[in-house]
Design a protein around this ligand. Structure first.
Ligand SMILES: *[C@@H]1O[C@H](CO)[C@@H](O)[C@H](O)[C@H]1NC(C)=O
Ligand SMILES: *[C@@H]1O[C@H](CO)[C@@H](O)[C@H](O)[C@H]1NC(C)=O
Ligand SMILES: *[C@@H]1O[C@H](CO)[C@@H](O)[C@H](O)[C@H]1NC(C)=O
Ligand SMILES: *[C@@H]1O[C@H](CO)[C@@H](O)[C@H](O)[C@H]1NC(C)=O
Length: 496
């Protein structure tokens, strides 16, 4: 009985703590959630068995618009569908690829922490055209760049037949006509599976459902490099057909599709790009070559200024901070992109920046940088912010000021009616899109809108203590922990 009272007391305390957390502004809460690991677990080695699908229309550098459905069997064989489209909503299919082969997982990656390296071997790649126009276009691309044996792959004058499947690659006959399409499956050489629990909506929020995500290697942003590039980052993850996020209208459509019946995604209202407000990462993000980060942006539509926080980490769950960059400047009015339909072109000027080293390694690196190249030399210490504007940036971190970037943006609503902001993918070679011809043609992981108007957000430290500040905000915190505790309490009571 004593135990009951003790538990009841604990519950009251816990509920009070939860209430104060509820006032925490949504942007900070989201960032803190990501920093706390977002209750994510990664399976090592990953288990790939089963079917994995895109959760929406994906954009690859080029641009290419596609959806994917990959099936991995227990005997290491796989069958992958890639469905390509003319439009950024993935509603007008152009052609589909059927890719068959074998995959062997190898060791943990030394370059990308948390990833597993894999070898793959392609047995067959087939293509099905969904219109005469698609067939003509692909035929002329293959004709132009063709290797031996590929000119006869599509006999000239062959009329389009709806259900015909043509062989692009065959291990048996050693024919490979995939290069002209910019096709490679190097994405299979870097693999990561993450699992987390999504709280279930509804009255009894005590339940949650498992979500499994499959991260595959990234595609080089430079078309000429993509056939050779070995990935060090990831694409947008696929989700398990059995354990995916709810709702996901695209998942079922893609799951049921095959090469002759490409998925046509549900129509979505086109949103004008509305930047004003605050936007924050939805997950711990990976940049090719080893950077893990979360991002937080504020756009002031009234005077076209922006502020951005980049929180860098050394680990794939974003728990061990290394340094934080704050940058600000102005941006131009956006114009619709003619190259990437659905996107908006803007220019960003970075005029000010500040850096906060968060660990000893970064402090030492900054401390030993050339005097005058990165803030005040030898004066760095962990957790203390320095302005790097007077030194025109920071050479050691690759930041130059002032600096202009040519950007691609897109906004959309997710199935939960949250606003998402897609910012252009960074060039894979680590350079900056500092010329109009380097403007991205694909996007990074989306940010989610966390506040409509701008929200004050001074520094990194507040992340850890915000719960106690009683900060105000219209926040609904998922009350999962309380429910969980209740459940545990009930369990214990039963054992009494
Ligand atoms: C391929 O190119 C040749 C000339 O280089 C041309 O005669 C032929 O019609 C082309 N075939 C197709 C299918 O475009
Ligand atoms: C732009 O507007 C925001 C709020 O609307 C304000 O906080 C900020 O100081 C302004 N920036 C400049 C450079 O005027
Ligand atoms: C950085 O330099 C300052 C001044 O020389 C020194 O006090 C501090 O200990 C140095 N920190 C590290 C981590 O080297
Ligand atoms: C939060 O802000 C609203 C209005 O902005 C105010 O009415 C309310 O009293 C505040 N709550 C707390 C706990 O400060």
């Amino acid at each position: 009985m004593v135990r009951c009272w003790w538990l009841a007391g604990l519950l009251v305390v816990y509920a009070a703590a939860e209430r104060s957390l509820r006032w925490e502004p949504r942007c900070r809460q989201q960032l803190r959630h990501l920093q706390d690991g977002a209750r994510i677990a990664a399976r090592l080695p990953p288990r790939l068995e089963g079917q994995w699908v895109s959760t929406g229309c994906e954009v690859r550098p080029g641009p290419e618009f596609l959806t994917r459905s990959y099936l991995f069997y227990a005997n290491r064989l796989f069958k992958a569908f890639q469905f390509y489209y003319w439009d950024p909503s993935c509603r007008e299919p152009s052609y589909s690829l059927v890719i068959k082969g074998k995959l062997r997982l190898r060791q943990a990656s030394w370059i990308t922490r948390g990833a597993t390296e894999a070898d793959y071997h392609l047995h067959k790649v087939g293509i099905v055209f969904h219109s005469q126009k698609a067939m003509r276009e692909v035929a002329s691309r293959i004709n132009q760049s063709s290797g031996e044996g590929c000119s006869g792959f599509l006999p000239p004058g062959r009329a389009w037949a709806p259900r015909a499947l043509y062989e692009l690659l065959s291990a048996k006959t050693e024919r490979d006509c995939t290069a002209a399409l910019g096709f490679a499956m190097h994405e299979l050489s870097l693999v990561r599976v993450e699992r987390h629990h999504q709280p279930l909506p509804g009255l009894q929020q005590s339940g949650s459902s498992l979500v499994e995500e499959l991260y595959l290697g990234d595609i080089h942003t430079d078309w000429l490099e993509r056939l050779h590039y070995r990935p060090t980052g990831y694409q947008r993850p696929l989700q398990s057909v059995v354990h995916h996020m709810h709702p996901c209208p695209a998942c079922g459509v893609i799951y049921r599709a095959d090469e002759h019946h490409p998925p046509i995604l549900p129509a979505r209202a086109e949103l004008p790009v509305q930047l004003s407000g605050s936007w924050v990462s939805t997950r711990c993000e990976v940049r090719p070559a080893v950077l893990f980060l979360t991002r937080y942006f504020i756009f002031h539509g009234s005077n076209h200024t922006w502020q951005g926080y980049y929180y860098h980490y050394s680990d794939p769950l974003c728990k061990q901070p290394t340094f934080t960059i704050y940058a600000s400047g102005r941006y131009t009015q956006g114009i619709p992109s003619s190259k990437v339909r659905g996107g908006m072109e803007l220019a960003f000027k970075v005029t000010q920046a500040r850096v906060t080293p968060m660990d000893q390694v970064t402090v030492m690196m900054l401390n030993s940088s050339e005097p005058g190249s990165c803030g005040l030399a030898s004066s760095w210490s962990a957790g203390v912010e320095q302005d790097i504007t007077p030194t025109n940036g920071c050479l050691a971190l690759g930041i130059r000021l002032p600096h202009t970037e040519y950007e691609l943006f897109r906004t959309e609503h997710d199935p939960k009616e949250r606003s998402l902001l897609y910012i252009g993918e960074r060039p894979t070679d680590g350079s900056s899109p500092d010329r109009p011809d380097k403007r991205p043609t694909s996007y990074q992981a989306p940010l989610v809108q966390c506040a409509a108007a701008s929200e004050e957000f001074p520094n990194y430290y507040s992340l850890k203590y915000v719960g106690k500040e009683g900060a105000n905000g219209s926040e609904e915190l998922k009350p999962l922990p309380v429910a969980l505790l209740l459940l545990i309490a009930l369990q214990l009571l039963r054992w009494d």
